[in-house]
Design a protein around this ligand. Sequence first.
Ligand code: ADP
Length: 427
Amino acid sequence: MSKFRQKLQQLKVAQDSIQDLQALLEVSKRLHATVDVGQLFPLIVNKAIALTRADRGCLMVVRDGDFHIEVARDREGGCLPQDQFRVSHTIVRSVIAHKQALTRPDAWDDEALADQTSVRDLSIRMVLAAPLLIEGEVVGLIYVDSANPGEAMSEQRLQTLEALAGQSAVAFQQALLYGEIETLYQKTKILDRAKLDFIQIASHELRTPLALIQGYAAILPEMEEVTDETRKIFQGILDGTNRLAGIVDLMLLAGEIDQQGLQLQIYDYSLRDLVAQEVDVWQQAIAQDRCLELRVEVEDGPLLWPVDPGRLKMAISHLIQNAIKFTPDGGTVTVTLRRRAEDIQIDVRDTGIGIAAEHQGAIFEKFYRVGDVGHHSSGRTKFMGAGPGLGLYLTRSIVEAHGGKVWVESKNGAGSRFVVRLPAAGR
Ligand code: ADP
């Protein structure tokens, strides 16, 4: 070969290498973006055939401890029946045993292969195979062959196939993980649905007998023959029943929001009155048994705003109750209301135990409570008093139904600030 032709040949090989690399890069991007094995496998085979200029190819994957052909394609991307695609078992076995890619540029020159049916019947000459390795284990294999011998390009094609196999293995592992996560997610969704259905049914069933007990418990303390001693006991029963009914109502409302969203009745209402009333309710509730300062800072004027007063009271009331419950005696809870350019801001600040950063996103989720449930005490205003973990979920649902936002700013041990923003346009 003349020097010139030799140079030309080298240049051609270099050009092909660059093209292969570019193609590999493209393939690699597509592989990593594909998490469905149904799409991933044909993509791997088609690209393997194209990159190695082979006639046909297949992807074998380990299933039940054995290698099976999952997808087989021809050069045009046409489907070849898996059960009729014949591979050279000598090559497959060797790739699996040595965990290394292998090429036979011309099977007719190879004594071990020349007589094999796959080689003879299909006039196969070039064969290339590369293992898919995950953590050192062969989990699959790409196999391509061609009726033309591949002498000149064999090394380069082998390297290309090896690189593709490396990328394919990563994509395959990613697809497997994605599949597992998807299955787990679906299972969790079913369990979650079952849990919510159970809670919903249980709450409905509890509501009727509870209303009955509530009715009788309310009459008992008023009866003439009741002594002061028993009146106290009856009052205790009534308070407990009312609390229980409150929790059941919260559960029913949470279920309702899940199913049909929150229905609001919006009209202009003085937020100044709303906040003042709620602070007042909680002042009285803690008067007997908590030593907390409950402050309110409200701008002048009625601050008329389009809201559903009943629902919004529920949300603000819950934030104040939480602030009381998670602030030890001697602390302060401050409720601030101010008008800003575009919206109204209500802050509920406390000097309590605070919330660690990792819990701050989750506390607005249904039934989420920070820390060990067993360590909570119970009671409406008691320090660390337990609840069903629905309050902030409902608060967020109510605020968002108004077109607003609620979030927390807090530090473990350094108090919390819950911020509610309500836009006027939110109606
Ligand atoms: P619940 O309905 O039981 O009161 P929430 O949804 O209102 O539950 O609150 C969820 C969790 O968020 C509470 O169990 C508590 O751990 C934490 N939390 C809420 N408000 C505060 C606060 N002001 N300070 C500290 N922790 C809080």
